[in-house]
Design a protein around this ligand. Structure first.
Ligand code: ZN
Length: 298
């Protein structure tokens, strides 16, 4: 009897492997890896960057080239975020499926409205966000739109599994809407609170929650904090007593510590994206974590 059971088990395992044609998905940032994995649970998903890396600047290493060479689809933020390294990867990977304009190369920025486009006009060419702020994974509503965009693209390149992707999306959206409701409750208690930042990493979340950025430790977006600039923020920070000074895990946060020491305002070091190898390994957990940390700070 146990023999028959184990034979059946082997057969059914084979059936699962045979029906699911696992796609290989290359993502530029971990947030899209996490989202893609939720929308295509069978897929092999890889992220070019991780939470401790600055996604604006990475090296086009050989290991990344070989990952891109094998990909069926590449999913990236766009809006210039990867312009310093992705073109070099695409060139060396010479994989026609993921060149610009191909169905397998999905830039997400064109499908949503980016914020911060207005300010960029005042800055010089060294600005890192010429097409607006590309860190839009921190707005739950935009993520919801992009889940549909990703699903549609997966259906296009993997038409045999269209129905499966549709069902997965429907379930995902249900769960996501429930999460949004509980995040909205947390957000309502943070509304109107001032905050100091270092770069525009958290701007979409800050906007969504209704908090207000009163100062940025970066003198201009993408330009590292300087002592002179940090000193110029002391008075305003003391006066407006923000909920926190925010930095993210890949940043040098000495300036934030210094400003915190001068003003008594708490410095919060938070992940700007999911940590695929840690506990905060999907977008739900990321929002849970960020909102509860902000809650404690206020
Ligand atoms: Zn940025």
């Amino acid at each position: 009897m146990p023999h028959i059971v184990s034979k059946l088990l082997v057969l059914s395992l084979f059936a699962v492997v045979n029906t699911a044609q696992a796609l290989t998905i290359f993502t530029c940032e971990p947030e899209w890896a996490a989202l893609s994995q939720s929308l295509a649970p069978e897929a092999k998903v890889f992220s070019a960057t991780h939470v401790y890396q600055d996604p604006h600047y990475i090296e086009a290493r050989p290991s990344l080239i070989s990952k891109l060479a094998k990909a069926d689809i590449a999913i990236c933020s766009g809006a210039g975020l990867e312009s310093g390294w992705l073109p070099a990867l695409q060139k060396r990977a010479s994989n026609r499926q993921v060149t610009d304009g191909a169905d397998g190369m999905l830039y997400l920025a064109p499908f949503i409205e980016t914020i911060g486009q207005h300010e960029t006009k005042f800055f010089s060419t060294e600005h890192v966000h010429p097409e607006g702020n590309p860190h839009f994974h921190l707005d739950p509503e935009r993520v919801s739109i992009l889940a549909e965009v990703i699903t549609q693209r997966l259906q296009l390149i993997d038409p045999d599994s269209q129905e499966q992707y549709q069902q997965t999306l429907i379930q995902w959206k249900k769960n996501w809407q429930n999460s949004i409701q509980s995040w909205q409750q947390q957000a309502s208690q943070l509304k109107g609170q001032p905050v100091v930042v270092q770069h525009t990493s958290f701007d979409y979340l800050i906007d969504w929650v209704g908090m207000e950025v009163i100062a940025d430790l970066e003198p201009a977006p993408g330009v590292p904090p300087t002592m002179a600039h940090a000193q110029s923020l002391v008075e305003d920070t003391r006066k407006s007593q923000p909920a926190a000074i925010l930095t993210n895990w890949y940043q040098n946060d000495r300036a934030a510590d210094w400003l915190s020491g001068k003003t008594g305002v708490q410095h919060l070091n938070l992940p700007a994206t999911v940590d695929l190898k840690g506990e905060i390994n999907n977008l739900e957990r990321l929002f849970d974590h960020l909102l509860s940390q902000l809650q404690v700070a206020k």
